[in-house]
Structures are given as C-alpha cells and as structure tokens.
Design a protein. Structure first.
Length: 428
C-alpha cells in the first residue's frame, strides 16, 4: 500500500500527509459507512485542526454525520466508537513521532483497528467519484466523560499512592491526571499542557528519564510515561528503574495468572523463557499493536502487547490504553501491598538492535546470501539466542535484532548481518 503503514497513515504534515489527502480519505471512508456516523478525535499537534477539518469535509460532504470530540487519547476514540454505535472512529495523531508529523488511525465499529483489506479498499477509492450528499457535523468534547465515568467505576481507590505522570504534552494532558485524582491518588503531573509544538519532545514514553528522575526526586511509588496519543506506556518503579512493555506484560500476566500471553517477534526471549518455566505460552505476532490485538482475539487472550509499550488488556479495551494500564498496575500495588520492584521477576536476554538504511528493503531481505546467513544463525544460536531481520513498515530500512545469553555473541551476529546487508545494498 502507498499510504497505510504499520499503524494507519503517518508522515510529515504538508509533505507525506496533507489536508487534500485527509479529505480524500474521508470521502473514501464514506463509501463503507452503513450507519452514516463517524467519530473523530485528535492529539495536541498544531496540524491536527486542519487535518480534522479536511477529513470531516470529506465525510460530511458525502453523506456521513461526524461527531468531533476534540483532543482525546486514541483509546478513548476506540471505546466511544463502539459505545456510540458509530461506523468508524478516526484519530488524527502521529502517536510517538515528533511534532512535525501527523497521522490518521481508523477504528471499526467494535473499536478495533481496521484490517489491511479495508485499508487497501480505502486507498483504491481515494480518487473515486462520490456523489455530494451533505450531512451533519457536531462538536461535543463532553463525550469523553462517558469514558471516564465508565472506567472509574472499574477501579478501586488509590489512597496513599504517590504517582508521577508524564503526559508528553499530548492527548492525555488532562484526562489521566483527572482519573488518578478522582481515585484519590497523590498525583505529580509533568508536561500536562496541550502544547502541540512540544508533543513528544524530550518527554513522554520515548524519554522515560523524566519520570525516573521525578520518581526519585519526589520519593514516589511509581511513574507512568505516555506517548502523544496515550496508547503507549512506559513504567518506572520506586527506585527509578524503567520497565518496558515486556516487563509490564510479566507483571500483568503474573497478577491475572494468564496461561497465554501475546507478544511480538521483538519480545525478549528472557520473558518467553520465564513464561515457559511456569508452563505458560508466549504467542508472537508481527510488530504492530493491530497485529497483537488480532492474535489476542483469535486466541481469547487477556493480556498482550509490545516491548515499546502498547499494552492491551482485552477485558478493558481492544487497543492499547496507557491510562487504563497505569490504573491497573496502580491497583495491583494496592491489592498486593507490594512495591513495583517486588513484582519484577525475570531476567532479560541482552538484546542488540541495529537499523540499516537501504535502497530496496524487500529485495535485500529476500536475497539468498542474507537468508542463508540468517538460517545459519537461527540453527546455531539454538535455545540460547534468537535472530530477527525484518523490513521496516514505514521507512526504507532493514531492522536487525539478535539476543543471546552472552551480549558479545549478540553484538557479533548483528555486526555480521549488518555487513552483509550493506554489501548487498551497495550493489543496487
């Protein structure tokens, strides 16, 4: 596909993603609406308003009623799309990317990200003729209260817990603090203003040192860091130690006593080994929380996610929801009366990652010489390690990962694979 990637449409505003393209996406999406109702929300980026207006125009001018709830986390749109019986929910956001970027994410009527087949159909109809049939636009930012009320009733009070939140100047800037405060937690909020030009800049889930330092400075019990649209979370324990998505999955799977967990091809082998020691299973999906969610639904799994912090608790949400995961972990601390560090239970394998920019990622990935080398390492690393080479879903890059009990082995394997890829790239 030309526009849709791993997580919707994503690109630099004004270059890869323009108001004109957003309007075409709205027009094309109108062809697949039966109830003639679409919900729209966005993060704090400055380009969000223009893209919302354009996408709304494409929908409203072609017979679809639009309800715009303004700035809201991505998982809120997922929840409300189903709750309000809409055809689709659309989020204008580039998630964890810098302010210059923006994106379009689309959810189906059940709150799941749309599948590849529908993405292809939307692309194919971008330039199709659709008869004008004006519908209605409504702005209602109070609808977010439905989400808050619904989920606040599912959690216990958090009296006595001191919690640091880094909202990354993004879509969770207000709602996360409100929900924690409503549950009587002592909240210290960082970067909790809707300043789009600062979204994800040296803050948020990609910069967990903010919460690490704040937890130590304020002698807090725990810290949570969200990305720009709050579907992604990184956690920090009371000692300032940062936990990634695999660590979060371990804590959740232990607490809920899950016999099966869904991760991705990037999930650490140490986590898989830990689950095996408890006679539990790790299912691996392709990278992308959409793929995680699909595999969870197919296997009726409660907990799944990505190392990067997209965590899904299927009893609460069909998509990653940083706020709900943070509330769940906080409730676990209260109910177990333990510190977060006491819940961390497995040893990671050293994991080495490298990204190589290439001219033709697919041809190089399928080259016989490279595949033979990958097969050689897969055979020889055995149970002590793992190797993965995959094409980026959004960039002209090959991503190489190797993990092994011994870090030096992982480094050498990555370097050897990188050398072969660079050699093959020079031939193009």
């Amino acid at each position: 596909m030309k526009y849709f990637g791993t997580d919707g449409i994503r690109g630099i505003y004004g270059e890869d993603l323009t108001p004109s393209l957003a309007e075409k996406v709205g027009k094309s999406l109108s062809l697949f609406c039966e109830r003639k109702k679409v919900l729209i929300g966005r993060d704090t980026r400055q380009s969000g308003s223009a893209l919302t207006i354009s996408l709304t125009s494409g929908l409203v001018n072609h017979g679809v009623n639009v309800v715009d709830i303004g700035i809201a986390p991505t998982p809120v749109i997922s929840f409300l799309t189903k709750e309000l019986n809409a055809d689709y929910g659309v989020v204008i956001s580039a998630s964890h990317n810098p302010p210059a970027y923006n994106g379009i994410k689309i959810f189906d009527s059940n709150g799941n990200k749309i599948n590849n087949c529908l993405e292809e159909q939307i692309e194919q109809n971008l330039d199709s003729f659709v008869a004008l049939s004006p519908a209605k636009y409504e702005f209602n930012d109070k609808l977010i209260n439905i989400y808050k009320t619904h989920f606040l009733n599912k959690f216990d009070r958090l009296d006595g817990l001191k919690i640091v939140l880094d909202c990354g100047f993004g879509a969770s800037y207000n709602i996360a603090k409100e929900m924690f405060t409503s549950l009587r937690a002592n909240v210290i909020a960082e970067n909790d203003q809707p300043i789009g030009e600062k979204i994800n800049v040296n803050c948020g889930a990609l910069n967990p040192s903010i919460i690490s330092n704040a937890v130590i400075k304020n002698n807090a019990d725990i810290g949570f860091s969200f990305d720009g649209d709050a579907d992604r979370i990184i956690v920090c324990d009371e000692n300032g130690v940062v936990l990634d998505g695999d660590d979060i999955l371990q804590i959740l799977s232990d607490y809920f006593n899950c016999n099966c967990v869904v991760g991705t091809v990037m999930s650490n082998k140490g986590f898989e080994t830990y689950l095996k020691s408890q006679n539990k299973i790790l299912l691996r999906s392709d990278v992308g929380d959409k793929n995680v969610g699909k595999l969870m639904r197919e296997n009726n799994v409660l907990v799944g996610g990505e190392q990067s912090g997209h965590i899904i608790i299927s009893s609460l949400s069909p998509t990653g929801d940083a706020t709900l995961v943070a509330l769940t972990i906080s409730n676990i601390l209260k109910k177990t009366n333990k510190k977060l560090s006491q819940l961390e239970n497995y040893k990671k394998y050293p994991q080495v990652l490298t990204n190589i920019t290439v001219k033709d990622k697919n041809n190089i990935l399928n080259d016989t010489e490279l595949q033979n080398l990958i097969n050689h390492y897969e055979k020889n690393l055995g149970v002590k390690g793992r190797v993965l080479v995959r094409a980026s879903g959004t960039e002209n890059k090959l991503r190489v990962m190797c993990e092994h009990e011994e870090k030096d082995v992982a480094i050498n394997v990555c370097n050897n694979l990188k050398e072969v890829i660079e050699k093959l790239n020079s031939n193009f």
